[in-house]
Design a protein around this ligand. Sequence first.
Ligand code: 5GP
Length: 201
Amino acid sequence: MSDHARTLPTDTANGLLLIISGPSGVGKTTITRGVERSIAGSVFSVSATTRAKTDADVEGVDYHFVTDAEFDRLVADDELLEWANVFGKRYGTPSGWVGEQLRRGRLVILEIDVEGARQVKAKMPGAFGVFILPPSEEVLLQRLRDRKRESEAAIQKRFAEAKREIATARSGGIYDLFITNDDLHRATAEAVAAVRSRRGA
Ligand code: 5GP
């Protein structure tokens, strides 16, 4: 990296890495994007993934869609801050980009799973981990069904995985804050307030 990139005029000590996790169907993407909109200078980290792009995805905005061989290269060249297998596909966070944004004093938002969050916390203990919980298991199951995206068997698989993820998240030192998404607006406001307080703003 050039000296110029290392000493940008916008460099501040205010950079913060924010991890947001939660089971599928819990509303974490909406909360993540809400935090990004509400906090000036925040940036969303676009992960690399080997999963297939859907019509709802925009390349370079939601993900960088890569082949298995490209993902292998990212791992071999140590270009990922963390990576994990989620539902049989690989997802990873670009370390160079994240480091650069942190040096610029940005709030860098990672929307990643529990395994990825564990790896990030081990490398960067100063990262702020937030886990989004459903109001209850019944509500989560209902929300997964309401999305009408999948078969009942696939929904039950996601539901079982969600319960496992919540148990892992609760058991271990990864997350600083648990937010129950009983209402999207309220939950987003709680996340924004917690981040502002953590940054001392
Ligand atoms: P989806 O395929 O539905 O967009 O995402 C599936 C899961 O992958 C979500 O739980 C999301 O948090 C997780 N995920 C997305 N990007 C990353 C990443 O870079 N690293 C890890 N560990 N998980 C990710």
